[in-house]
Design a binder for this molecule. Structure first.
Ligand code: HMG
Ligand code: MG
Length: 298
């Protein structure tokens, strides 16, 4: 049945900002992360150690980490696609990194300039070095319900890549519907297939909301027992290498649903809404969430 308690992984400062046309200053990114922590989020993805030529929006992630004081029980994971990214993350004091692979060959090429097999070979030494340094590693699988280039993605490929990441030592695997094409029954079937190889307790779901299916997909996955959910305040998000993808499920809309179902997340609805308004004001826009429209700022 539905877990009584879930953990929300806030990806707004990374997924949410990596695709924005307006560059956001380090100070504004730090203020956004702080507002999210104040709202009760205990895992806030703070940025990426990727090539600034590929994703200029995430440059300065070292400065973001440096400005965030350590707090017990609060994690600030950062993306690291290779050893160069891992070493930079480690030097910046990261306690947790995330490697990101894909279930689609073409997306892997477009996003990280390598095949799926090559990406896994790059992650292996990263996972080993991280384990030796006491740094946690999260793993992502992208395109779990479809690819912007290849269309349908076989569930067997998702299972294979998720299993490989778990075997390498990723403590948690986040299953990403990168382009938001999934629907509830397919989402649940995909999750259950992966749970045949990686225990459900180690799985997270990551839904983009392109077709307005994200909350429905999350509910279907909660019913299958998943208890970690990625979301971005304000419904920001997208991947520069996934054309047509829109934002992540909005954290405030997710919290509204969880609150209504009596599922504990420890996250304050008003707090997330405030964080979403803070960052979208910086971007010159407004939160894309339903909650923001239902409760306009006075
Ligand atoms: P490449 O060009 O093949 O790399 O890129 P390379 O090893 O050949 O090196 C080329 C240049 O990049 C060199 O610099 C390196 O120093 C530099 P140059 O000599 O030309 O000046 N470089 C780096 N710089 C900084 N940090 C690094 C790094 N590595 C190499 N770590 C690479 C390969 C993976 C680096 C590139 O493709 C890249 O940065 N990709 C990042 C793409 C990305 O961040 N995408 C968005 C995140 S994934 C996502 O959004 C999906 C997710 O949300 C889940 C979902 O929704 O499904 C997670
Ligand atoms: Mg994403």
């Amino acid at each position: 049945g539905i877990p009584s308690q879930v953990r929300i992984v806030e990806v707004g400062p990374r997924d949410g900002l990596q695709n924005e046309a307006t560059p956001v200053s380090v100070a504004a990114r730090v203020a956004f992360v702080e507002a999210l922590v104040a709202a009760g989020l205990t895992t806030v993805e703070a940025g990426s150690f990727v090539s600034p030529k590929w994703v200029p929006q995430m440059a300065g992630t070292d400065q973001v980490l440096a400005a965030l004081p350590a707090r017990p029980g609060v994690w600030f994971p950062v993306l690291a696609p290779n050893m160069q990214g891992f070493l930079a993350a480690q030097a910046a004091g990261a306690q947790e990194i995330a490697v990101f692979g894909a279930a689609s060959e073409t997306f892997s090429k477009r996003n990280t300039n390598c095949t799926i097999a090559e990406s896994l070979e790059r992650f292996r030494p990263v996972c080993e070095a991280a384990a030796a340094a006491g740094i946690r590693v999260r793993g992502y699988v992208s395109c779990v319900l479809g690819c912007p280039y290849e269309g349908e993605v076989p569930v067997s490929k998702v299972v294979e890549v998720a299993g490989a990441l778990a075997a390498m030592g990723c403590y948690e695997i986040s299953l990403g519907d990168t382009i938001g094409v999934g629907t509830p029954l397919k989402s649940r079937a995909m999750l259950e297939a992966v749970a045949g190889v990686v225990p459900m307790e180690r799985l997270a779901v990551h839904f983009h909301d392109t077709y307005g299916q994200a909350l429905a997909n999350i509910l279907a996955c909660l019913e299958a027992g998943v208890s970690v959910i990625d979301a971005a305040a304000g419904g920001l998000g997208g991947c520069p290498y996934a054309a047509g993808a829109s934002g992540n499920v909005a954290t405030e809309d997710l919290v509204y649903m969880l609150d209504g179902m009596g599922v504990t997340s420890g996250v304050s609805l008003d707090g997330v809404l405030a964080a979403a308004r803070l960052i979208t004001a910086e971007l010159g826009s407004e939160p894309r969430s339903r909650l923001s429209k239902a409760r306009p700022a006075i």
